[in-house]
Design a protein around this ligand. Sequence first.
Ligand SMILES: Nc1ncnc2c1ncn2[C@@H]1O[C@H](COP(=O)(O)OP(=O)(O)O)[C@@H](O)[C@H]1O
Ligand SMILES: C[C@@](O)(CCOP(=O)(O)O)CC(=O)O
Ligand SMILES: [Mg+2]
Length: 355
Amino acid sequence: MEVTARAPGKIILTGEHAVVHGSTAVAASIDLYTTITLQIPSDSDASDGLLKIKLEDMGLEFSWPVEKIKDALPDLGNPLSSQPQSCSHESLKSIASLVEEQNIPEAKIELASGLYAFLWMYTSIHGYKPATAIVTSTLPLGSGLGSSASFCVSVSAALLALTSAVSLDLGHKGWLSFREDNLELVNKWAYEGEKIIHGKPSGIDNTVSTFGNMIMFKSGKLTRMKSSMPLRMLITNTKVGRNTKALVAGVSERTLRHPEAMNAVFIAVDYISKELSSIIQSPAADPLSLTEKEEKLEELMEMNQGLLQCMGVSHASIETVLRTTLKYKLSSKLTGAGGGGCVLTLLPTCILLFL
Ligand SMILES: Nc1ncnc2c1ncn2[C@@H]1O[C@H](COP(=O)(O)OP(=O)(O)O)[C@@H](O)[C@H]1O
Ligand SMILES: C[C@@](O)(CCOP(=O)(O)O)CC(=O)O
Ligand SMILES: [Mg+2]
């Protein structure tokens, strides 16, 4: 049995971090993907008894004898793919020791949490079957474009596609697609993976990666959006590496130190996201001209960036991009967890006329 699945990365237009604390955020999927090919031999005699994962872009391969996984995680004997399970502290410790034995190069140690998520989802859904997973990605890792969620969604989709828990319909461009209820299952398993990588994710990244297009997200609930205006974003990668888990934890610590001030910040972000979504979706016959709408969006992005600074997640490299784009009267904000990573700049239609 073999299947290939892919899932997109995302940009967050407004509301990152605050969404973890219950505010509204707006996100859109982008045309960069994580792709996974999963092969599970149907004849166990024909296999080498290993669970392998090949990260092709990095030229890395990791493998574990399934018997060893069984010893480390003995409680997963009866996988129930239709019931997403959270990884307990004990299971995570066992998984960490399985990954530690692989001697990941020090410069790539961040990959460990991706491997934890893979091992958890694989064994929870398929038990101790030998298999090979080959992963490639066009997304930069750890840059705010949701590589972790796109990895988890593609893994979850590939794993579920090879179970009887889902049925696939003929999709578009040669890809099969999941039905809506099956997409929810894909999303729930991916969220369990994101929890292992991020610690305390809001769920917005895996949700937009699973359902695509543009969404509004608040307290685990998604509202699909229909944009009624052109919206072009320039993405600048500062190439400053950072880790979402640490940044999310930093905002929570600041919230514990200054609960009232931070709650006011989160409420302001909620209003910003709601206003942004209503502008983006306002009917074309709206009295506001396109230029007026774009000016409002620019102002909202600037306000959100200021509040992200309040949360302590901006960075000198992000400020440099902000100053540079401002010279051309363009508005920018960080996207994703910040601390480096990517910056979004709105490209208004008047600029595009000159390109
Ligand atoms: N293709 C991949 N293969 C293995 N792990 C991945 C892959 N993509 C993402 N990950 C995991 O996700 C982590 C990056 O997630 P994160 O810090 O949330 O940044 P972002 O989601 O913005 O890219 C990586 O360090 C790795 O553990
Ligand atoms: C900071 C946050 O809002 C988004 C993180 O996105 P990314 O992992 O940096 O792509 C966290 C979350 O919502 O789970
Ligand atoms: Mg992430």
